[in-house]
Design a protein. Structure first.
Lengths: 333, 383
């Protein structure tokens, strides 16, 4: 099933990303070892020039990874017609053992890439490139994940066979199955709602607090991560039910389908953006102590905190609108 | 934020004037770039429109078709077979259908003969010795309303029919080779006894029940072959995607050639361009600024080429019927339907196309651009 345009595009993007990162890694290693801004040696001069290339290259690769996630999910959704038993992206991803791991790896790479891009942005704003070492050591950390993500995608697409019967979202996200997703789906709506709004409120409050007072940056990151998990659980356990107006359909992917007016994108785009921004607030916090960044980090962190707050608030508003707009009644008061 | 936008505006302004100073060189690149986008976009738009067409056509077909097999070959449905199906819960309607192929030696093509059955959506009343024909049949045989035509049946007997009407052109995709006649004429023409049918069509209301019904049917009728609509749809989807993918892979050579071309263009800076960068750096531009300028240059060229190529492809596919790729993607036959595709633009497809064109271009130009940007001002101005 390799000869599908979108699959070729995805694999092309992943393969080129891996190649570029692999080519950049030795240079990054050299940079991390020999970087000394105070020195005027020829090596340092060469390194300074090279860092322009590396940061452009990596910005490009990571921006590609952000776009790939969207294309990957979109593609999985589109291919559902080709599998017996599949009705949305779940069926496609479930068609072999590599589908969901590939998705999770892609999501992990998405967040790492976003955080790296923020770090890079912070670094270029300062006059003495204080984060060069950190950036490139971090790159070494991300590289294995990008390779893993590529390997999983390759394994997934190579093993896709159109003649197998996969399972539909109805069976995977039903409350009776013995999986994590099923446990989340089986969560009764009332506590799920409390948890959902509680976590989002905490995340928004922490972000606004940080934007105002510039304190509790790590709380922003932690509450964002928590809100991300809780938000996905909430979508599984009750938001989806309201959208489909069906008390047993828990699928988080059918939301993305044209039948439901692509409503899912209104949920997921703000959610992912807000989470990435929230995580970045925490990541850049330790560098506020660097003298040349003392003024820059708070400024960027404030902006990111606003993005996170607005993103989570938008997400909550969209979810609330879906619930309020629906004809389904789950809770009787 | 305002200063940032102002800065980018100034950069774009500068880039545009710099581009327009080297019109010929940039025009060449733009042309090749747009051509690549045009080729790929034509293939994608065309296959996507065909896929949609297939889905629309199949929308009105029965959910399940039952064919009887004898020794692995398709055979007629004998009397009593439909009754054997009995009542299956979930099936709205069961009908026996009469259709078959007839080879016409005059045009060396196969016609599909069909007897529309009463009570279906496509019910047409056709009088004895009259036929209703598809547009391609009418074209090939030069027939019009009221003409007479004779076919020599497989029994050797000559049958004369009057053309009652020609089917409308919009339905040509499905009815190009169709000849409709009434059931009695059909049986007489092919020598099929009464109560025998070609196959059985079942309509099922709930799409999720189709598989269960098919499972039940295959239990009660072990000699039957079941054809499900969703299966047909899936096959079409796979086939068109596969064809599209193959063409794209074949075209990947040209994408590669284009990437090399872009690389060469970007690395082969003329002395004048080098001097320009040298002067810019001498008056205070940083390497980062030069990179930004080059980024805008790439973005402007890419977007223009993408837009030009895509619009050209749209015209090619929907107004000139894909003259270039027709034979590969459409397949052929003697009685090929003439049809115009309904224009559809799909966001997913645009995104994929973007990955196929802009992505390789960007990859190919990063290193040369960096090399240009790190040029030392003194080295350029002295040399």
């Amino acid at each position: 099933m390799l000869f599908q345009p979108a699959i070729i595009a995805l694999l092309l993007a992943s393969a080129v990303s891996v190649l570029m990162l692999a080519a950049a890694a030795p240079y990054a290693w050299q940079l991390a070892r020999h970087w000394d801004i105070a020195s005027g040696s020829e090596l340092q001069l060469r390194l300074e020039r090279r860092t322009y290339l590396l940061s452009t290259l990596l910005t490009f690769v990571f921006a590609t990874q952000l776009a790939s996630l969207l294309l990957f999910i979109f593609n999985a959704d589109k291919m559902a017609v080709m599998f017996v038993g599949a009705m949305c992206a779940v069926g496609t991803l479930n068609a072999n053992a590599w589908g969901f791991p590939a998705l999770f790896a892609q999501i992990a790479v998405f967040f790492m890439a976003a955080v790296w891009l923020v770090l890079n942005h912070v670094d270029t704003r300062a006059y003495d490139y204080p984060l060069v070492r950190t950036k490139y050591i971090l790159l070494m950390g991300i590289l294995p994940f990008v390779v893993l993500s590529f390997a999983l995608q390759l394994a997934y697409f190579l093993n896709l066979k159109a003649d197998i019967i996969t399972s539909c979202c109805g069976s995977l996200f039903s409350g009776d199955a013995q999986t994590l997703a099923a446990d989340a789906s089986a969560l009764p709506p009332q506590p799920a709602m409390l948890l959902f709004y509680g976590a989002l409120l905490l995340a928004v409050a922490a972000a606004i607090f940080h934007a105002r007072k510039l304190r509790a940056a790590y709380l922003v990151a932690a509450s964002s991560a928590a809100a991300f998990v809780v938000a996905l659980t909430g979508i599984l356990s009750f938001v989806s039910l309201y959208v489909y107006e069906h008390p047993h359909h828990h699928c988080p992917f059918c939301l993305l389908k044209p039948e439901y007016d692509y409503q899912g994108y209104w949920l997921y785009l703000p959610l992912f953006a807000a989470t990435a921004a929230g995580l970045s607030v925490g990541t850049i916090q330790p560098f506020a102590r660097v003298p040349s960044l003392a003024a820059i980090v708070p400024q960027i962190a404030r902006r990111l905190a606003w993005v996170a707050a607005l993103g989570f608030a938008l997400f909550a508003a969209v979810a609330t609108f879906m619930v309020a707009h629906s004809n389904l009644i789950l809770l009787k008061d | 934020m305002k200063t940032w936008i102002g800065k980018q505006q100034a950069l774009i302004d500068f880039t545009l004037s710099s581009l327009s100073r080297r019109k010929l060189k940039n025009f060449g690149l733009l042309l090749v770039y747009a051509l690549i986008v045009f080729l790929l976009a034509s293939v994608m738009l065309f296959t996507h429109a065909l896929r949609r067409e297939a889905a629309l056509v199949l929308k009105n077909t029965p959910e399940v078709i039952v064919q009887r097999m004898v020794a692995g070959r398709h055979d007629l449905i004998p009397p009593g077979y439909i009754e054997k199906l009995g009542r299956i819960r979930g099936v709205q309607h069961i009908e026996g259908r009469l259709w078959g192929y007839f080879y016409d030696p005059v045009v060396r093509a196969n016609y599909t003969f069909m007897a529309p059955t009463a009570g279906t959506i496509n019910e047409i009343q056709i009088a004895d010795s009259e036929i209703v024909i598809g547009a391609a049949v009418a074209r090939e045989r030069g027939l019009e309303h009221g003409n007479l035509i004779s076919f020599r049946s497989y029994t050797g007997k000559l049958f004369v029919f009057t053309v009652a009407s020609v089917l409308p052109h919009d339905a040509e995709l499905v009815s190009a080779d169709l000849v409709l006649l009434n059931p009695a004429d059909y049986r007489a023409f092919f020598g099929i006894p009464a109560d025998h049918y070609t196959d059985i069509a079942l309509s099922v209301a709930n799409p999720q029940e189709v598989r269960n019904i098919a499972a039940k049917l295959s239990e009660t009728l072990p000699d039957a072959r079941l054809i499900l609509r969703e299966e047909v749809l899936r096959t079409y989807e796979s086939i068109f995607n596969w064809r599209e993918g193959i063409v794209l892979v074949l075209l990947s050579g040209s994408i590669l050639a284009f990437a090399i071309f872009a690389w060469e263009k970007a690395s082969g800076l003329s002395a004048e361009e080098k001097r320009e960068i040298g002067i810019l750096k001498a008056i205070g531009w940083e390497t980062g600024d030069v990179l930004k300028m080059k980024f805008w240059e790439g973005a402007l060229v890419s977007l223009t080429a993408f837009l030009l190529g895509y619009v050209a492809a749209y015209w090619h596919v929907f107004h000139f019927s894909t003259a270039l790729f027709e034979p590969v993607l459409k397949g052929w036959s003697v009685l090929y339907p003439r049809f115009e595709l309904v224009p559809v633009v799909d966001g997913f497809q645009v995104a994929t196309l973007f990955f196929f064109t802009v992505f390789p271009y960007t990859v190919a130009t990063i290193v040369p651009i960096w090399r240009a940007a790190i040029t030392d001002p003194d080295a350029v101005m002295r040399g």
